[in-house]
Design a protein. Structure first.
Length: 179
């Protein structure tokens, strides 16, 4: 195990298996709807790349960047720093995110896409950390794994831009950020 990791939560094999299950559900739910999957950069990249391999209906991809985190804490304010290049009006949208914690980011992005008249908006996340939820009513439709309130990295998730390249998800040792 890498020496900055306290515990591995999900191996690469487990994540791929979960992406296959999620992809199969999405395929079933979106036949003939040609959804746009909008990935929230940068954390979505490995998850989205794996997920779309398992979606077997017509679909498109696009990306947005919305940030609220600095280090291990949410700043509470979500800023859109990169927008989609496709119009979402009249389209079925699935937002792809690495993790939902407070729910603030996904709630604000969902509201924005609703204002832009998307026909439907659902969310797929690899990880759900429900203990951190401040937007209580926010429930993503498609969830890979539910995790305890710990700071995790890997498979797209970072700590100050590092560790996104790990092919598993693990808990980051406190000694890395308690310096
Ligand atoms: P929310 O707005 O509080 O739901 O936060 C969502 C964003 O916070 C995610 O896209 C991540 O960038 C970041 N985040 C939340 N928890 C973690 C974590 O455990 N590790 C790494 N990033 C996290």
């Amino acid at each position: 195990m890498d020496n900055f990791i306290e515990e591995i939560l999900f191996t690469h094999e487990e994540i791929v298996k979960k992406c296959k299950e999620l992809g199969e559900k999405i395929t079933k739910d979106y036949q003939d709807k040609c959804p746009i999957l909008i990935g929230l950069l940068k954390g979505c990249v490995p998850f989205m790349a794996e997920l779309i391999k398992h979606i077997k209906c017509d679909m498109e991809i696009d990306f947005m960047k919305a940030s609220s985190y600095q280090g291990i804490c949410s700043t509470g304010t979500v800023t859109i720093t990169k927008d989609t290049s496709t119009s979402v009006a009249g389209r079925h949208v699935i937002i792809v995110e690495d993790i939902v914690d407070s729910g603030l980011t996904l709630q604000q992005v969902t509201n924005l896409l609703r204002d832009r008249k998307a026909t439907s908006i659902e969310v797929v996340v690899l990880l759900d950390k429900p203990a951190g939820r401040t937007i209580k009513q926010f429930k993503p439709k498609y969830v890979g794994f539910t995790i305890p309130p710990k700071f995790v990295v890997g498979f797209g998730l970072d700590y100050n831009e590092l560790y996104r390249n790990l092919d598993y998800v693990g808990v980051l040792k406190k000694s890395v950020y308690d310096k």
